[in-house]
Design a protein around this ligand. Structure first.
Ligand code: ADP
Ligand code: ZN
Length: 727
């Protein structure tokens, strides 16, 4: 018996199969999708079995497999197919695709000690009366009685009574101990949540999906914020599991934490496994095994949960379809929705994508009937969408209100007097964005990156938000010893200003700095939900899918912030962020108010937010995309050329661009090379090339060629990003 093995290395040069001979004693264990240990170049490596065959034509010496690693198959047929799809679509190596499908606890190369977790239980070895008669102390009797009561006792609990008594009882063989495997994430007992009666709009959407449960059909569930999309997902999933099938639900990393998961667990109890990056390796490994052992039918998770090894999949649901978090920003640069489309297609099952602000790409597909659009125009219980007011900050500054406008201040006061809650959005963390000397012009810049450092007041540090470089602020300008000035506004400073303006209220701040610790995000959400705090301020994190019934006012401090990002999607991102943030206001019974502070009150995108009109935004933005030849009218591939050496990097980038121009179709457009937005990160120079194309048979073969070429280049690297979300 011979097998073809793919090495478990990310090295693109070695991304091919190698043939090995199977010694007879291992033959029984060999199966496609298991991993083996093999000799390679005088080393011992691991690899995936991709095929098994009886003979081998090669006439040189073939080495023997050393060992089979897995008892069970780790890459089933479906995952193997998805791997090939990813290799073809994203030009990544097959082994890098497989690597992200498996929990890292499985990877021996990491030398992790993550393993199954065991709990030791004590139980009776002899009859109860006899046991009691053999006890020589009060505490031994307590332990025996404890075991009698429930039939068993956790050893750790018994040890709390007395370690020596436990040992004596064990030695005398009065009790015995048994190790049992336990999962790290235990489902705490919860209230059973009851299914809601769907309203008319929900029912229409539900019926449309359920009618197509046995077919491959793609749906875009376009529902305003608070329209009850999650309830539809849950009821559809109930149908699916009643048919003995399974379901994957993807949500953005950030909304995974408290509410969404607990809603699902309240409805489906132990039938849910959860996968996200907040879990420890051990927890991930356990959740993964619940899936492979077929103990759960529902998997909820972030991006990589699309690879959950569920069998008999019945539906894939992706909530907040517009979220950037579905795209992986390093190799393999896959988009979970594209993988979901493929997986739904090969399983012949429906795919449901939900959003209040669908991406233009997806929306455009509904007009071509590639997706069926299901609309929820109303909030559950017919609550109205909030009223939106724009404030021209140029006028406010003249009045001396540079950060919080007069109107926002009065609205905050009004909300407070009604004992309602307030959310303030400022999409920039830290205290001040730059510190500058007005005398000599000195600014603190990152020595590794082409960017200014952000001042964080809590520990007086200056930090680079790209590479993490940290330094400390001097009292005066390091160059000329004059005073230093703060410019720009971050959430930390906003917090200080709000506290000064409203000294009696309780304020919470949520941003990357206050949510670093495990569970801190949940803690902030729970604290705010409890009603003990009046105001929550933070970055975009606060705008994502949170449901705070007592919030009646949302203030956007600098609505222009993301409009100024140099990316063709900045308008779309801004609309989505502000529309979603606005959606946090007035979710229950109260009519919400949204105050947008801006220096561009006539900006068309902000006008669309003000009117809460996705349709207007869609028409406006599609028109621009058409004129500028951007998606959804054109497809994009971005090529990133990076190097420690500037000259070399620039030269290679130009060569690549010229080569592309020569080789690909003349209906395609090659832009660049240009320097990246942040030109230098971590001392690495970055150039970008963007290819816009519609139909181009020559493009992918040329990209593959370039990719191969650069694998051998030690000085300059090339990374290809197919359908990039940021350029
Ligand atoms: P979305 O995800 O569309 O923003 P949610 O799913 O968060 O909306 O729903 C908003 C609220 O409405 C939730 O508290 C949910 O429990 C409730 N809800 C959803 N559907 C119904 C229904 N048919 N009847 C009553 N309440 C509902
Ligand atoms: Zn830096």
């Amino acid at each position: 018996m011979y097998i073809d093995v793919l090495l478990e290395l990310k090295n693109k040069q070695l991304d091919q199969t190698y043939t090995y001979k199977v010694p007879v004693f291992l033959e029984k264990e060999i199966k496609v999708g298991k991993r083996v240990r093999i000799p390679f170049n005088h080393r011992e490596l691991e690899g995936y079995i991709l095929s098994v065959k009886d003979s081998c034509e090669k006439n040189f010496e073939i080495l023997e497999v050393l060992d089979v690693i897995d008892e069970e198959i780790v890459l089933n047929n479906e995952l193997l197919k998805i791997g090939t799809f990813m290799k073809d679509t994203y030009l990544c190596s097959l082994s890098s695709a497989f690597a992200i499908m498996l929990p890292s606890a499985l990877k021996a190369s990491l030398k992790t000690n993550v393993n199954k977790k065991f709990e030791t239980y004590l139980s009776m070895a002899i009859e109860y009366k006899k046991a009691i008669s053999l006890c020589t102390s009060e505490r031994q009797i307590d332990i025996v009685n404890g075991i009698k009561k429930a039939g068993f006792l956790q050893k750790s609990e018994a040890n709390k009574i007395s370690v020596s008594s436990v040992n004596t009882l064990l030695k005398k063989k009065i009790i015995i101990e048994q190790k049992e495997e336990v999962y790290r994430l235990q489902n705490k007992s919860r209230e059973q949540d009851v299914k809601k009666v769907l309203n008319e709009e929900q029912k229409i959407a539900f019926d449309a999906i359920v009618e197509n449960l046995k077919k491959h059909h793609k749906f875009l569930l376009h529902g305003v914020t608070g329209s009850g999309k999650t309830e539809i997902y849950m009821q559809v999933i109930e149908e699916v599991i009643n048919r003995n099938q399974t379901a994957i639900v993807l949500v953005p990393e950030i909304s995974l934490t408290p509410q969404f998961v607990s809603n699902f667990k309240a409805r489906f109890q132990d039938n849910v496994a959860v996968l996200h990056s907040g879990l420890s390796q051990g927890e991930k490994y356990d959740e993964w095994r619940k899936i492979t052992r077929k103990e759960v039918q529902i998997v909820i998770g972030a991006r990589s949960a699309i690879f959950a090894p569920l069998n008999n999949l019945g539906i894939i649901i992706v909530d907040e379809e517009h979220s950037d978090s579905y795209k992986q920003e390093n190799s393999p640069r896959y988009h979970a929705i594209e993988v979901a489309e493929f997986r739904a297609e090969i399983n012949e099952i429906p795919l449901v994508l939900g959003s209040a602000t669908p991406t233009l790409e997806r929306m455009a597909k509904t007009t071509k009937n590639l997706y069926t659009r299901l609309e929820l125009k109303n909030r559950v219980n017919k609550n109205l969408l909030p009223i939106c007011i724009s404030i021209d900050m140029a006028q406010e500054i003249k009045k001396g209100n540079s950060i919080i406008s007069e109107r926002l201040k009065t609205e905050i006061e009004a909300s407070l007097s009604r004992q309602e809650q307030i959310i303030l959005l400022l999409n920039r963390r830290g205290f001040a964005t730059t510190i500058t000397c007005s005398n000599c012009g000195f600014t603190y810049k990152c020595p590794n990156c082409d960017i200014t450092l952000t001042y964080h007041k809590t520990n007086h540090s200056l930090r680079c938000h790209y590479c993490g470089y940290t330094t400390f602020k001097k009292e005066n300008c390091p160059d000329c010893k004059e005073n230093l000035n703060f410019y720009g506004l971050g959430t930390e400073k906003l917090e200080q200003i709000v506290k000064e303006l409203f000294p009696d209220i309780k304020v919470l701040r949520m941003d990357a700095d206050t949510t670093r610790k495990k569970n801190s995000y949940e803690t902030i959400v729970e604290k705010f939900k409890s009603g003990e705090y009046n105001l929550l301020l933070g970055t975009q994190m606060i705008s994502k899918g949170l449901d705070f019934p007592r919030v009646s006012l949302v203030g956007v401090i600098n609505a222009d912030e993301s409009l100024n990002i140099p990316d063709f999607r900045s308008g779309e991102k801004t609309f989505s962020l502000l529309y979603q943030a606005a959606g946090r206001a007035g979710r229950k019974d109260t009519l919400g108010t949204v105050v947008l502070q801006t220096y561009n009150p006539n900006n068309p995108i902000l006008k669309c937010v003000e009117e809460q009109s996705y349709e207007k935004f869609y028409m406006y933005e599609m028109n621009i995309r058409k004129k500028l030849k951007y998606p959804p009218y054109y497809f994009l591939v971005s090529l990133k050329i990076t190097s420690k050496e500037y000259e070399e990097c620039s030269k290679e980038a130009t060569k690549v661009a010229n080569y592309l121009k020569k080789k690909i179709s003349d209906t395609s457009i090659v832009l660049g090379p240009t320097t990246a937005n942040v030109f230098k990160v971590n001392n690495i120079y970055r150039f970008n090339i963007v290819v816009k194309y519609r139909f181009d048979d020559a493009l992918f073969p040329v990209l593959k060629e370039l990719d191969k070429l650069f694998v051998l280049n030690k000085k300059v690297s090339l990374e290809i990003d197919v359908n990039p979300v940021k350029i």
